[in-house]
Ligand binder design. Structure first.
Ligand SMILES: Nc1ncnc2c1ncn2[C@@H]1O[C@H](COP(=O)(O)OP(=O)(O)OP(=O)(O)O)[C@@H](O)[C@H]1O
Ligand SMILES: [Mg+2]
Length: 284
């Protein structure tokens, strides 16, 4: 793991993002040091993917700062952002493979975009990355011809194509069987331990989370509910954390907010009562 005197790989400070009058990220601050694996967890819709999008610069915050490798990215233009993007890999929640390209071409894409490697070199790296995720020999299939879990793994192979210093993964193991989950977790551990890659992983899978995390953040309603080492989270006195990590239906985390709770919930503003006619029938 990185020396604590090293500048952080990621530094998020006072990050706020609103959509209309809904506050989706509410004053988020944290840092990630080289070699760490930060796991971000929290209920569906609490803002995890939105937070990742802000850290990779695909969304701009309403206010606050995001630094990657010591550089403020919130004010960067596309060209500047392109130089930062070369240094990290991103596995999207949906996989985000290009449907018209084969598996092999999808993995090759970042190398064609960002390097001058020869087609032969690229082919060799594609083969090696697909082998890492247990998909040797699937190069020529199209995304539509492989399973959901396989798409996830191709997405991971593509995220690792440029041997990034920093990897972001949004639900890397959802849809994977327990054995493949362990394979992906071991890959993360190997890359962060052996090669000092830094990882930020969003996951609902608590087995996987506790296997890979060096630190954990739990988000709730757009704020950080708890953060700490895996042991600190495991032993947290916060009932929301305990409910989440044990997957219990009953507890302080609401399944859904009622209209009445909406009125008192500072973060979620309901539609005005008169805002009817949400669905329109097209008149011919
Ligand atoms: N572009 C957008 N415009 C409006 N609202 C958005 C936008 N993107 C995200 N949101 C809202 O932000 C909230 C958080 O969404 P997000 O996708 O970050 O959740 P999540 O924690 O990743 O959930 P899941 O675990 O289901 O993937 C949701 O209420 C969503 O509707
Ligand atoms: Mg998400």
């Amino acid at each position: 793991m990185g020396d604590s005197t090293d500048p952080p790989v990621i530094e998020v400070a006072d990050l706020v993002r609103t959509f209309g009058d809904r506050v989706v990220l509410n004053d988020i601050s944290f840092t990630v040091q080289r070699g760490e694996t930060l796991v971000i967890m929290g209920g569906s819709g609490c803002g995890k993917s939105t937070l990742l999008r802000h850290i990779i610069g695909s969304m701009k915050p309403t206010s606050g700062s995001v630094k990657i490798f010591g550089e403020e990215i919130t004010a960067m233009n596309e060209r500047e952002m392109g130089n930062v993007r070369k240094r990290f890999g991103m596995l999207f929640q949906s996989g985000a493979l290009l449907a018209s390209l084969t598996v092999g071409e999808n993995v090759a894409l970042p190398m064609f975009q960002h390097t001058r490697k020869s087609p032969d070199e690229i082919e060799e790296i594609v083969e090696q990355k697909l082998k890492m995720v247990g998909l040797s020999g699937f190069e020529d299939l199209k995304p539509a011809e492989i399973s959901g879990g396989m798409k996830k793994r191709v997405g991971l192979a593509r995220a690792l194509a440029l041997d990034p210093e920093l990897l972001f993964s949004d639900e890397p193991t959802s849809g994977l069987d327990p054995i493949m989950t362990a394979v992906v977790d071991q890959l993360t551990l190997k890359l962060t331990h052996g090669e000092h890659m830094t990882a930020v992983v969003v996951t609902h899978d608590m087995t996987s989370a506790f296997r890979i995390a060096t630190r954990m953040i739990m988000l709730g309603h757009g704020s950080i509910v708890a953060q700490g080492s895996p042991d600190e989270i495991r032993n947290s006195a916060n009932p929301e954390v305990q409910q989440f990590i044990h997957g219990e239906a009953d507890g302080p985390i609401p399944l859904n907010l009622s209209q009445e709770e909406h009125q008192h919930h500072q973060l979620v503003k309901p539609r005005p009562f008169g805002a009817r006619h949400r669905f329109h029938r097209k008149t011919v």
